[in-house]
Design a protein around this ligand. Sequence first.
Ligand code: NAD
Length: 302
Amino acid sequence: MTHTAEREEKQSQATRIDGKAIAKKLRESIACHVDVLVTDHKLIPGLAVVLVGEDPASVIYVSNKKKSAAEAGIRSFEYNLSKDTSQDELLNLIQKLNKEKEVHGILVQLPLPKHIDANAVLETIDSAKDVDGLHIENIGRLMAGMPGLVPCTPLGCIALIKSVENNLTGLHAVVIGRSNLVGKPVAQLLLRENCTVTMAHSRTSNLPHICRQADILVAAVGKAKLVKGDWIKPGAIVIDVGINRTEAGKIIGDVDFDDVSKVAGYITPVPGGAGPMTIACLLGNTVIAACRQNNLTVPSIG
Ligand code: NAD
């Protein structure tokens, strides 16, 4: 019997995957690793967070990242630059941070103002400090199955899936969305877990039909309630990465939660699913980067 069929027999209403609770456990485990680094090696992992401009959502993300870093014992270095900062000024700051011994991770909050080329910025970050996993070298390492730094939201998605199903071998995963930030790296990580992976996107024909084949469905689109209950294979694991704001200011996902819950086996809520995992994985990447830069064994975090 397949994993999906087993789950289908067990329940008629999907079990909610509590991303908030899983992320809290992960942050606690990271804090323990940081304690060991500080006590045994006098090493405090350091994360530089660079924000250009005052995009309201970015200001909130950056402040949450700083708060979580502090709670885990990670030192954060904050750079709030004006929206008029030139590309050269930003690249100079990154080059300075690349050389800074106390900075093990560099995060430049995206999106950047239009006059700055985000790719030039990402390529300037030392790949060993690229805790967002967006440097071309880390993208290549992920593709090649080599150790590197992996984007945080995709790492979080895999941890959420594995919280309910440890062995993903042979399962059919469908990823909706093909961005460098989420869709493509999630698909690579699912391949690494031996899933059969289908990537869907805005030009995919007959998306509902493709989704109905998924034992695991990851939605990373940015379209409120796109995924409906009749797109879901009974018992499937559904991970909703989307963040969409309604006219009333509520945050909702790409998945129609109530409708899909009637069919899926497991589902992540928005908020409280992929979002908290992203920050926890950023902290994990900072610890991994700090260990590698100091030739210490990289802990298995989680
Ligand atoms: P993106 O805009 O770069 O990519 C969206 C993808 O969706 C594209 O590849 C596009 O082909 C696909 N798409 C668009 N319309 C579609 C449709 N009708 N049917 C099928 N596919 C369609 O976005 P992104 O950066 O990958 O982010 C996706 C969503 O995830 C956004 O809502 C974003 O806010 C959210 N997000 C959440 C987190 C988190 O921490 N929870 C992190 C990153 C992104």
